[in-house]
Design a binder for this molecule. Structure first.
Ligand code: ZN
Length: 320
């Protein structure tokens, strides 16, 4: 049986924060271990700043129905990797085959990250995501495999697993590929306070009401059947494919169908989001082809049929 005693060094070399959990070099399940890929999971536990790794004990010690260790590393709320095992773990079960990962014993074939979030009404934190991308890129480089060997449990599971929730796994692989290529993908954030890059009429009020805001404050307006959008201007470096994300604070009084308009090479596209939920984090609106040049690219429109305030806070573009 092989082990991966290099794991801690490879993670630290990639700039990932690591906590070594006890005798990780000798804590493992009996049986074969010859990993060719990395598998992402969520723990289904609710983590927070004050309780960053609620599932750590279970991942080390296992449960009554499944012996530990349950993953090679747990990724806590702050993106810290808690390294648990250098060997085989009970995380993957049977693989049904996904991408280049064949059908077979998933615990032999893959190294598992248990990312500690509940996956129902809690998404992966930005810190968890970026650390998991960096760790996955570094481990696949060490294994001599490309980004297609990064999978999600819901892709390989034969028993209907849903984890990791709220993650587009093709975007994840694109981000791993960009990391492995050594380049940091071009990315730009425009907040409602970014000088010269945000435009809204005086009908849009300024608020600091929600602590989920991005930056100092955000803008709000009543929905109205008229064109009065708040625009975000970006200097797009080249015509290409970009991921468009938005950040808004959540409140029950906000709009359930806020229109975001994205100005693409083939015209405006509209994406509706529910601003009563999932605030205080980056949410993917989609991936679009954008033209090169410095211009208004994304807008929040007031033209919603739903009730509640429409919110304009921050928008981020990332080349993919
Ligand atoms: Zn899983």
């Amino acid at each position: 049986m092989a082990t991966i005693p290099w794991l801690v060094d490879v993670l630290r070399g990639a700039g990932v924060q690591v906590v070594v959990e006890g005798d990780w070099l000798n804590r493992m399940r009996p049986g074969s271990f010859d990993p060719i890929g990395v598998l992402w999971h969520h723990t289904a536990s609710t983590s927070s700043a004050s309780n960053p790794h609620p599932a750590l004990g279970i991942c080390i010690n296992g449960r009554s129905d499944l012996a530990g260790p349950l993953c090679q590393a747990l990724v806590d709320y702050n993106g810290v990797f808690h390294v648990i095992s250098a060997g085989r773990c009970n995380h993957a079960g049977v693989s049904g085959g996904s991408g280049p990962i064949p059908a077979g014993d998933g615990n032999t074939l893959m190294i598992g990250w248990e990312i500690d979030y509940n996956g129902v009404d809690q998404e992966m934190t930005a810190a968890q995501y970026s650390a998991s991308i960096a760790a996955t890129a570094a481990v696949l480089t060490r294994l001599g495999r490309d980004s297609s060997y990064a999978r999600g449990h819901r892709e390989t599971s034969t028993t209907g697993k849903i984890d990791p929730s709220f993650i587009d796994l093709n975007v994840m692989r694109a981000d791993v590929a960009a990391k492995m290529a050594g380049g940091t993908a071009w990315s730009s954030t425009v907040d409602n306070t970014t000088s010269g890059r945000f435009t809204a009429s005086a009908n849009w009020g300024v608020s600091t009401f929600s602590s989920q805001r991005y930056g100092a404050d955000y803008r709000y307006a009543d929905p109205v059947a008229a064109s009065d959008p708040a625009w975000y201007r970006f200097n797009v470096p080249a015509t290409g494919t970009y991921r468009v994300e938005a950040w808004w604070p959540t409140n029950s009084g906000y709009n359930s169908a806020t229109p975001y308009i994205v100005a693409t090479t083939t015209g405006n596209r509209t994406v509706y989001v529910d601003q009563r939920a999932t605030g205080g984090q980056w949410r993917v609106l989609g991936t679009f082809t954008l033209p090169a040049g410095d211009a208004n690219r994304v807008a929040v429109s007031r033209w919603s049929n739903a009730t509640g305030l429409v919110i304009a806070d921050a928008v981020r573009l990332t080349r993919v």
